[in-house]
Design a protein around this ligand. Structure first.
Ligand code: NG6
Ligand code: CA
Length: 507
C-alpha cells in the first residue's frame, strides 16, 4: 500500500498540473473583430444612445482597455498586421483591396492561425476576409476552387466574404469555393468596366433601396449599389439583411463541432461597415437609424458566440478578445441616416478623427479581453497594439517564432492579460503616413494635405506641417504643440523615422 505521504504528494502534483494547465494556456481562443466600430460606440465605453449588453458583459467579466490600437485606420492593413505580426506599411499592396485582389499574406511566414494550428488548435475564419485570394497577376476564376486563401494562411475552415459587403463579388466563399453557385450561370467580376446589360447604381439609381452618397454606383445587388462590376452567379448572391445570421450560425456551428478540442475562432462580422442593412428584427432598435441598429446587431452576434461557449461549459477557459479594425465613420458612401440621426452619440467618444485618420480615433479602438481562468476583471490604461496579438498568443501557447516571422509583434502577455499596467512604450498609428504615440505624447508626421474621399485634411490629420499633442491634457488633439516644443517634436520625428527604416522592431 502507498504511504499517505506519497498519496498527498501525488494529489498535490496532479492538482498543481491541473491549475497550470488551466491558466498557462487558454483552452480556446476567440477573436471577435468588428468592422469600423469606434472607441465610443459601445455602452461599456460610454455610449448611451445605444445599449450593447452582450459586449458589456465581456467588459464586466474581463479587462477593458482604454489605449488599445489597431495598426491602421482602414481594414486591410489592420487585418494584415493582426494575422501576420508585421506593420502593413512595410509592404506594398496592403491598402484597402478590391474584391478581386490576390492574397497579400506571405504564406511562407508564420501567421497567427498557422501558429495556433501548430499548437493544436482547430482554426476557423468566419466573416470578412479582405486580404485577397489567389495569386498576383492571374484573374480569379470564381467558378473553381480558389487558392491560396484562408487555408494556406492557416485556417482549417473558412466561411468568408472576399472583401467588404460594399464590394463585389457579393457571394460567400466557404472553404475556398463560392457557395450556391449554379454552374449554368458562371460568375464573372471586373473592377475595370461594366458588363453590358447589367444595371448599375447610375442607370438604376431611382430603383435602389439604399441610395449611395459617393462611390458605390457600379453593380447593383439586392437593390444596393456596390464597388466593382459582376455578371452571372445570381443564385449565389447574398442577402445583406441575413448576413449577420449567416456568419453567426457558421461560427456557432464551428464551436459546436470543435467543442471537445482546443479551437481558435477568428470571427469577423460585417457590422458596422457599410452598407448598413441590418435584419428587420434590428431595424428601429435604436434612435440612430441603420448605424445604431447595426451596433445592436453586432452586439447580438457577440451574445450568440458567448452563449455557445457557455452552453458547452467553455466560458472559464476560453480567451475571448473583442476589438475593431479601425475607427468610426458616419457617411462612408451611402445615405443611411447615420449623420442625420446621430444626435449626441459620439462614435469616437472624446477623441478626434475616425476612420482614415491619424488622429487618435483612427486607430484607438475598443479592446476587451476575457479569460476568467486567468484574467482579472478591470480596466487597463496600458498602451497596446493588435500587431502584438501574434507574438503574445504564440508565447501563451508555447510556440517559438522563427527570426523572419512576425517582425513587428512583441510578446505583450503581461499587459494584455492585465498582469502589468505597462504596455508598449510606443505605438505607431497609420493611414498613408505614420504617427507615433509615446506615453501621452502624439507626433503626427507631415503629409501633403491630401483629402481621402469626403474627408478633409483636418479630419484625416494629413496636414503639411508636423503636429504634436499631449493627450494627457488634450485628449481631443486640439492644441498643436509642435512649435512650442520643437525638441520633443524633433526627437519623436527621428524615432519614428528610425522605426520606419528598420526592417523589424521585434528584438
Ligand atoms: C472606401 C469606400 C468605403 C469603404 C472603404 C473600405 C468609397 C467611396 N469608399 O474606398 O465605403 O468600403 O473603402 O473600408 O468607395 S474598410 O473598412 O474595409 O477599410
Ligand atoms: Ca474597417
Amino acid at each position: 500500500m502507498r504511504s499517505p505521504c506519497f498519496l498527498l504528494a501525488a494529489f498535490l502534483v496532479t492538482s498543481l498540473a491541473l491549475v497550470a494547465a488551466d491558466t498557462a494556456r487558454p483552452r480556446n481562443i476567440v477573436i471577435i473583430y468588428a468592422d469600423d466600430l469606434g472607441y465610443g460606440d459601445l455602452s461599456c465605453y460610454g455610449a448611451h444612445r445605444v445599449s450593447t449588453p452582450h459586449v458589456d458583459r465581456l467588459a464586466r467579466e474581463g479587462l477593458r482597455f482604454t489605449s488599445a490600437h489597431t495598426t491602421s485606420a482602414t481594414c486591410t492593413p489592420s487585418r494584415f498586421a493582426l494575422l501576420s505580426g508585421e506593420y502593413p506599411w512595410r509592404r506594398d499592396g496592403t491598402g484597402v483591396l478590391p474584391g478581386d485582389a490576390a492574397l497579400v499574406i506571405d504564406t511562407q511566414r508564420a501567421t497567427l492561425p498557422a501558429i495556433l494550428q501548430r499548437a493544436g488548435y482547430a482554426t476557423a475564419a468566419i466573416g470578412k476576409w479582405h486580404l485577397g485570394l489567389g495569386v498576383p497577376n492571374q484573374a480569379i476564376d470564381w467558378n473553381q476552387p480558389i487558392a491560396p486563401g484562408p487555408r494556406e494562411v492557416g485556417f482549417d475552415t473558412s466561411f468568408i466574404m472576399a472583401a467588404t459587403a460594399d464590394r463585389v463579388p457579393c457571394v460567400y466563399v466557404e472553404n475556398q469555393r463560392v457557395v450556391g453557385l449554379d454552374p449554368a450561370d458562371p460568375l464573372r467580376v471586373s473592377y475595370k468596366e461594366p458588363f453590358p446589360g447589367e444595371p448599375t447604381g447610375i442607370t438604376d439609381r431611382a430603383k435602389l433601396k439604399l441610395n449611395w452618397s459617393h462611390g458605390h454606383n457600379m453593380a447593383v445587388v439586392n437593390g444596393i449599389g456596390r464597388i466593382g462590376y459582376f455578371t452571372g452567379g445570381r443564385a449565389a448572391q447574398w442577402i445583406d439583411e441575413d448576413m449577420a445570421d449567416t456568419f453567426t450560425r457558421k461560427a456557432v456551428d464551428f464551436i459546436n463541432r470543435e467543442k471537445d478540442r482546443p479551437f481558435f475562432l477568428y470571427f469577423a462580422p460585417h457590422d458596422i461597415h457599410v452598407p448598413r442593412v441590418p435584419h428587420p428584427r434590428f431595424v428601429g432598435r435604436t434612435v440612430m437609424g441603420a448605424r445604431g441598429d447595426a451596433i445592436v446587431q453586432f452586439d447580438w452576434q457577440v451574445g450568440e458566440i458567448l452563449a455557445a461557449l457557455e452552453r458547452h461549459g467553455l466560458t472559464r477557459d476560453t480567451l475571448v478578445i473583442l476589438s475593431s479594425d479601425n475607427g468610426p465613420v458616419l457617411d462612408d458612401g451611402y445615405q443611411d441616416g447615420a449623420v442625420e440621426k446621430l444626435g449626441d452619440h459620439r462614435p469616437a467618444a472624446q477623441l478626434r478623427g475616425g476612420k482614415y485618420s491619424r488622429f487618435e480615433a483612427g486607430t484607438r479602438v475598443p479592446l476587451l479581453v476575457r479569460w476568467p481562468a486567468r484574467v482579472r476583471a478591470g480596466v487597463s490604461d496600458a498602451l497596446v497594439s493588435q500587431v502584438d496579438f501574434l507574438a503574445t498568443l504564440a508565447a501563451l501557447t508555447g510556440q517559438k517564432l522563427a527570426a523572419a516571422d512576425a517582425p513587428d509583434s512583441l510578446d505583450q502577455t503581461a499587459a494584455l492579460l492585465g498582469e502589468s499596467p505597462r504596455g508598449r512604450d510606443y505605438v505607431i498609428e497609420h493611414h498613408n503616413k505614420l504617427a507615433l504615440r509615446e506615453g501621452s505624447w502624439k507626433f503626427i508626421a507631415p503629409a501633403g494635405g491630401e483629402a481621402v474621399a469626403k474627408f478633409t485634411a483636418s479630419q484625416t490629420a494629413n496636414l503639411p506641417t508636423p503636429q504634436l499633442y499631449d493627450l494627457a491634457s488634450d485628449p481631443g488633439e486640439t492644441k498643436n504643440l509642435a512649435t512650442a516644443e520643437p525638441a520633443r517634436a524633433a526627437a519623436m520625428a527621428a524615432r519614428l523615422a528610425a522605426l520606419k527604416t528598420a526592417s523589424r522592431t521585434r528584438p
